[in-house]
Design a protein around this ligand. Structure first.
Ligand SMILES: [Zn+2]
Ligand SMILES: [Zn+2]
Length: 98
């Protein structure tokens, strides 16, 4: 009988590092839904914060995050889908207005 070692289910809970970026600033995030493969970008991507796929309504963490340049704050306000943004839901108001 083969010696089948049982793997210990030792999942390290990295609750801190859910996103590539770990700072406190807002970043430009790149997302891809694992279910429908739809990709999107958001100028309101925060550390350890998901956004929701519009089609599948599952939470997606960004695979890439680029810190925003200061000049970006002068851009006209774009529509920010509050109901899809984990940060907004967490805060209870629009994360852009912090
Ligand atoms: Zn999806
Ligand atoms: Zn938001």
């Amino acid at each position: 009988m083969p010696n089948s070692k049982k793997k210990k289910n030792s999942q390290k809970k990295n609750s801190q590092n859910l996103t590539p970026y770990q700072g406190k600033e807002r970043t430009f995030g790149y997302f891809r839904c694992s279910a429908c493969n739809k990709g999107w970008m958001s100028g309101n991507s925060w550390a350890n914060t998901w956004q929701e796929c519009k089609r599948c309504h599952i939470t997606v963490y960004p695979y890439k995050q680029v810190p925003l340049e200061k000049s970006d704050t002068h851009k006209p306000k774009e529509e920010h889908p509050q109901e899809l943004c984990g940060k907004c839901i967490q805060l209870g108001f629009r994360c852009r207005e912090t």
